[in-house]
Design a protein around this ligand. Structure first.
Ligand code: MN
Length: 286
């Protein structure tokens, strides 16, 4: 069955031991079964501590990150590609050590606005590096997710169709499409078309509102999403993602253009989102 999750940045802006403990406690209190842990600098994180917290709270985990210009595996600079593969390797090690089901996010390019379309070389570099990551992930049991994000955050994949094309080129069984309603609302023709295009290769879903605040208060077609997930028989995680200037990550907030305050009360936000998703999925499954 689908597990409902919440992104750690609803609670905290980093992953120090104190922040990890706080985020886990609040995730469990808000009624979620999974926490998505940002691993932007995985080399600095204490996997043993995170694993013990997950066990203490009975939570599942996933790990996510966006690469930077300095670690861009779609770059034509071999040194940047190597730094990116090192970073993804460290993120995979952390994900495996904490028992995460997925390593996902914008892991196929930098999370940034590009000044031009991706070239064939950019794309080939990314495909090859993701294939090597997937090969390394095989024995760990961690699945690899590729998150299609809007045109201002990557030039490699903005739609479900482009993501599926990329996955076919990678040619590995443990690589899945990751769709996010915030980005779909910008780039897709409809929630249904995008979900059905991925079919059983849809492995991970982010639910985020058009302004990235409270679910149900913006322009995202959630009824269309829930109906499509039901039609597709989707069983993977559904993870609530929301960002406000109330919680600042030095590593992520500026990349995501989190400029304004959408909420103050993380618990009220998180409980509201869980109830919204439960109600929506329940209605769709009728
Ligand atoms: Mn997302």
């Amino acid at each position: 069955m689908t597990t409902l999750g919440v992104h750690a940045m609803v609670w905290v802006g980093g992953w120090s031991p104190d922040e990890a403990a706080y985020a886990m406690r609040k995730t469990a209190e808000a009624g979620y079964g999974l926490i998505e842990i940002p691993v932007l600098e995985p080399e600095t994180l204490d996997a043993g501590h995170t694993r013990r917290l997950l066990e203490d709270h009975g939570l599942a985990a996933s790990c996510s990150l966006g690469l930077t210009a300095d670690t861009d595996i779609s770059s034509t600079d071999p040194a940047a590609v190597q730094r990116g593969e090192d970073r993804l390797g460290a993120a995979l090690d952390f994900a495996a050590a904490v028992g995460a089901g997925f390593l996902t996010g914008v892991i196929f390019s930098a999370l940034q606005k590009y000044p031009a379309p991706a070239s064939a070389e950019n794309r080939q570099s990314s495909v090859s590096a993701i294939r090597r990551l997937a090969e390394a992930a095989g024995p760990t049991g961690v699945s690899i997710g590729l998150e299609a994000v809007n045109r201002y955050e990557t030039n490699i994949m903005n739609t479900a169709d482009e993501t599926m094309g990329f996955i076919e080129e990678v040619g590995m069984d443990n690589v899945y499409a990751h769709l996010d309603t915030y980005h779909m609302n910008i780039e897709e023709t409809s929630m249904r078309d995008a979900v059905l295009r991925c079919g059983d290769r849809l492995g991970y879903v982010h639910v985020g509102e058009s302004h990235r605040g409270y679910l149900g208060t913006g322009s995202v077609d959630f009824a269309g999403l829930f109906s499509a997930l039901s039609e597709a028989g989707y069983q993977g995680p559904v993870v609530f993602e929301s960002f406000s200037s109330a919680v600042v990550s030095p590593l992520l907030s500026n990349s995501l253009a989190v400029w304004r305050n959408l909420w103050e009360d993380s618990m009220d936000l998180a409980v509201s989102a869980r109830e919204f998703v439960e109600k929506g999925l329940g209605a769709a499954q009728g």
